[in-house]
Design a protein around this ligand. Structure first.
Ligand SMILES: C[S@@+](CC[C@H](N)C(=O)[O-])C[C@H]1O[C@@H](n2cnc3c(N)ncnc32)[C@H](O)[C@@H]1O
Length: 241
């Protein structure tokens, strides 16, 4: 694992709890897919920190000619991603990266899309700005960067709203999925509500929506927009025109 603060135990815990803890996960996936232009034959997309491969496998299924490079720092996450791809794995390439390193930002060919979910907040503020410029430079004209992530609320009231909606959404997902609150109770017991933490884990460094907008525009993206927001989570995108 590239980042010692995120271990294979963290990967396993995330695979167990993320179904409950990620708000409107299915709507998020559909929103990200809807923002990716229909690819031409031979187009390649990149997912940064693909986790267990929900988004990568959804892209491979939705776009039957798209090739996907799925990158992560965790071997077990890449193994799960390859399994999730099933018969589409012939269009999948996986690689271990450290998100803070630069090599992954120079792909072998210009990209149709770069996507990330709950990844960019593992970089601090200055650490986000250079990758935004590098991702912009890695796209083809017409290509898109779609980022789903946690954000840092700008006010204390905004943090309280995020904390409460995170709890409410996790309760709802636990009940809808299992008919019990077990998933929600684990989320609470394991201190997974970022917005309730007095001392957040140093691996989590979300930025404000305002800063993310500014840094995406400064990196050269056009049409920078916010498409969805719930419980302190956003989906934003920008285009290379
Ligand atoms: C919060 S999970 C999100 C996973 C997936 N994108 C999703 O939405 O379900 C964060 C992912 O980032 C990876 N990760 C954490 N720190 C990393 C680092 N420094 N370099 C590369 N990957 C890292 C983890 O292995 C994990 O798969």
């Amino acid at each position: 694992m590239a980042d010692p603060a995120w271990t294979e135990d963290t990967s396993a815990a995330f695979r167990d709890l993320s179904h409950y803890a990620v708000p409107e996960r299915e709507i998020q996936l559909e929103t990200i897919l809807a923002l990716i232009p229909e690819p031409q034959d031979g187009a390649t997309a990149m997912e940064i920190c693909c986790g267990a491969g929900e988004l990568t496998s959804s892209m491979l299924a939705r776009f039957p000619t798209l090739r996907v490079m799925a990158l992560d720092g965790s071997e077990s996450m890449l193994k799960a991603t390859r399994a999730a791809a099933g018969s589409t794995a012939e269009r999948l390439q996986t690689a271990i990266i450290d998100i803070a390193a630069t090599g992954w930002r120079i792909p072998p060919e210009p990209l149709h899309a770069v996507v990330s979910s709950l990844a960019i907040h593992h970089l601090d503020g200055p650490g986000k700005q250079r990758p935004f410029a590098d991702i912009h430079g890695a796209l083809k004209p017409g290509g898109v960067f779609v980022m789903a992530d946690l954000i840092e609320p700008a006010t204390a009231a905004g943090r309280t709203v995020a904390a409460e909606t995170c709890d409410a959404e996790t309760r709802r997902r636990a009940l809808d999925t299992d008919g019990t609150l077990d998933g929600y109770e684990r989320f609470v017991a394991e201190d997974w509500n970022y917005y309730r933490l007095q001392e957040p884990d140093p691996v989590d460094m979300p930025s404000s929506v305002g800063d993310l907008f500014d840094w995406m525009r400064a990196a050269g993206f056009a049409g920078v927009d916010l498409h969805w927001m719930k419980a302190g989570h956003v989906i934003m995108s920008g285009l290379l025109v």
